[in-house]
Write a protein that binds this ligand. Structure first.
Ligand code: ADP
Ligand code: MG
Length: 236
């Protein structure tokens, strides 16, 4: 695979109880398109995503970004370059513009307006953030994440609390971003969403990568373990 952006080599992460949440994981995430991390609940997808912007540090093994060890990077600088959108978007008190400026207090009106336009919230700058719908709040969170001009965006089940139409609008934004040159990694256990979004697919089962590669290749050559996950669907 050309253009590896994130590489996890023999990464192990343990919880406070000593149990392994990620076990000797080897994973590669490309520098283009959308990479979907799919797998059953509790398989380690969120932990893996958090390793990619140092919200989590491996107990053993290495995580690298653009070929450089992540432990050598300034975490704050890294998080400006690798932004994260969480499952439950947070709306802090104040206006939508105030919420965006948390990411960059110096952002001017035009820049805030441009980011809101980009996520389909044109004209929302002065609205109370607390009054937005779930879908609008998640789009606001994405605009906030984009304010630092990230090179990459990590999405952790960003649509799991949204209705289908709001979910599709977030999916379309991620697809558009990737097309415009900001690739992303998207965690989901929703197989339909996985098929709609993934260029590259990493199937995570039991803290390890069960299979990874081009979506079509993984679906075609699925191992028994991956077939079993795919057959089980997104029952949660
Ligand atoms: P997924 O996102 O695939 O549902 P997670 O990465 O959240 O999985 O979790 C992987 C494993 O680590 C699970 O067994 C989970 O219970 C455990 N885990 C997750 N977060 C923590 C934490 N903060 N402390 C201890 N264990 C955790
Ligand atoms: Mg998770």
């Amino acid at each position: 695979m050309d253009g590896v952006l994130f590489e996890l080599s023999e990464v192990t992460v343990r919880g406070p109880d000593g149990r392994e949440r990620i076990s000797g994981m080897d994973a590669r995430i490309p520098d283009h398109g959308i990479t979907v991390l799919a797998g059953p609940s509790g398989s380690g997808k969120s932990t893996m995503l958090r390793l990619c912007n140092r919200l989590e540090v491996p107990g053993a093994g290495r995580v690298s970004y653009r070929g450089a060890p992540m432990e050598d990077m300034d975490p704050l600088e890294l998080r400006r370059r690798v932004a994260m959108v969480f499952q439950r978007p947070t709306a802090l008190p104040g206006s939508v513009a105030d919420n965006l400026r948390i990411a960059d207090p110096g952002a001017g009106e035009a820049r805030v307006a441009a980011m809101l336009e980009r996520v389909g919230l044109g004209g929302f700058a002065d609205r109370r953030a607390a009054e937005l719908s779930g879908g609008e709040t998640q789009r606001m969170a994405l605009a906030r994440a984009l304010l630092t001009d990230p090179e990459y965006v990590l999405f952790d089940e960003p649509t799991s609390s949204l209705d289908p139409s709001a979910a599709r609008s977030i999916e379309r934004l991620a697809a558009q971003l990737a097309e415009d040159g900001t690739p992303s990694c998207w965690v989901t256990h929703d197989l339909g969403q996985m098929r709609r979004l993934a260029h590259h697919l990493v199937v995570v089962v039991g803290g390890r990568v069960a299979q990874q590669g081009h979506l079509d290749d993984v679906l075609r050559s699925r191992s028994a373990e991956v077939a079993s996950f795919l057959a089980g669907g997104d029952e949660e």
